[in-house]
Design a protein. Structure first.
Length: 306
């Protein structure tokens, strides 16, 4: 994580200055927003560039834009400032009976998130000043944020589990299959065998773990499959399917309703199944808010299984 390291020793106040200028694209407006003088702000920015040894801002008559290094810093600075604010809120609230703060959750696209949302609602009813921050992404993106500490928890979908995390399995499973156009010959089948799906142009998740999983089901190396596109989240994959580019390998319950008249899901047979789970870093000390949320999810999952 080379980009992360360049900001760890910096004053958070200067990072906030940098982010304000990046947001406004103008020194004068940023200074007004921060309630500091324009010369003082310019001096702080110049000192930041000197400290890093890189130019972060491009100044022109049209305003201020970020250099490549500035873009990298902005991404990490946003994460750090957000993390610092969450820690500060939790420390200030530590003497209160009520749980306050923010639970930061990275989540894959899955209907199982409704279960997570019900847990959030239950906990929030008892702690009305508790907040939740949710970011969508694929498993590898979420795991990267969990490792960096910018997400407290992740909602992940199998096939496998990543090392270095604790897990709580949610009462939900997904079946894998293909999203195909309704006019495709595959749409006439109730289930698809490896023979049915082999040779079809495929639109696949870019995650390495998913590729290995699928190769086992197809019975051939992943590189032997006719993959015409990779996707991160399912919406654009469904657009590709609708356009006729190929069939999307995905899990059930994921095709947006707007595609229902043109795209259908057909499960694999033999069945290929993945569970859904809540994950957090192994041996991590969760914030009181995140720990309370995990316990709420655990209790709801136990009640569901009884």
């Amino acid at each position: 994580m080379p980009e992360y390291g360049i900001v760890c020793g910096m004053d958070l106040r200067i990072l906030r200055y940098f982010l304000a200028v990046a947001d406004e694209g103008n020194i004068t407006r940023a200074a007004e927003r921060l309630h500091v003088s324009q010369p003082a702000l310019s001096t702080q920015l110049a000192a930041l560039e000197d400290e890093l040894g890189h130019k972060l801002l491009e100044r022109s008559a049209r305003g201020i834009t970020l250099t490549e290094k500035g873009i990298a810093l902005r991404r990490r600075a946003d994460d750090l400032v957000d993390l610092a604010e969450r820690v500060e809120a939790e420390i200030k609230a530590s003497d209160l009976d009520e749980i306050v703060g923010t639970v930061s959750i990275g989540a894959g696209e899955t209907p199982a998130f409704r279960f997570v949302a019900r847990a959030a609602d239950e906990l929030h009813r008892k702690n009305p000043r508790l907040c939740f921050s949710v970011s969508s992404g694929n498993g590898e993106d979420i795991v990267a944020h969990l490792r960096e500490g910018t997400f407290d928890l992740g909602v992940l979908i199998g096939p496998g589990r990543y090392d270095g995390f604790d897990y709580l399995t949610l009462p939900y499973t997904h079946h894998w299959g293909l999203a195909v156009r309704k006019d495709s010959p595959l749409a006439a089948k109730k289930r698809l065998s490896p023979k049915d799906a082999r040779g079809i142009p495929l639109i696949c998740s870019r995650q390495a773990m998913v590729k290995e999983f699928l190769a086992g089901w197809f019975g051939c190396p992943f590189g032997k499959l006719d993959v015409v596109a990779n996707y991160n989240l399912i919406y654009n994959a469904a657009v590709f399917v609708e356009a006729g580019l190929g069939a999307a390998v995905c899990i059930d319950g994921m095709i947006p309703q707007e595609f229902a008249e043109r795209v259908v899901f057909r499960p694999f047979a033999p069945a290929l199944v993945s569970d859904v789970y809540l994950a957090w870093r192994k041996n991590a000390v969760l914030s009181p808010a995140a720990a309370a949320f995990v316990e709420t999810v655990r209790n709801m999952a136990s009640d569901r299984q009884m």
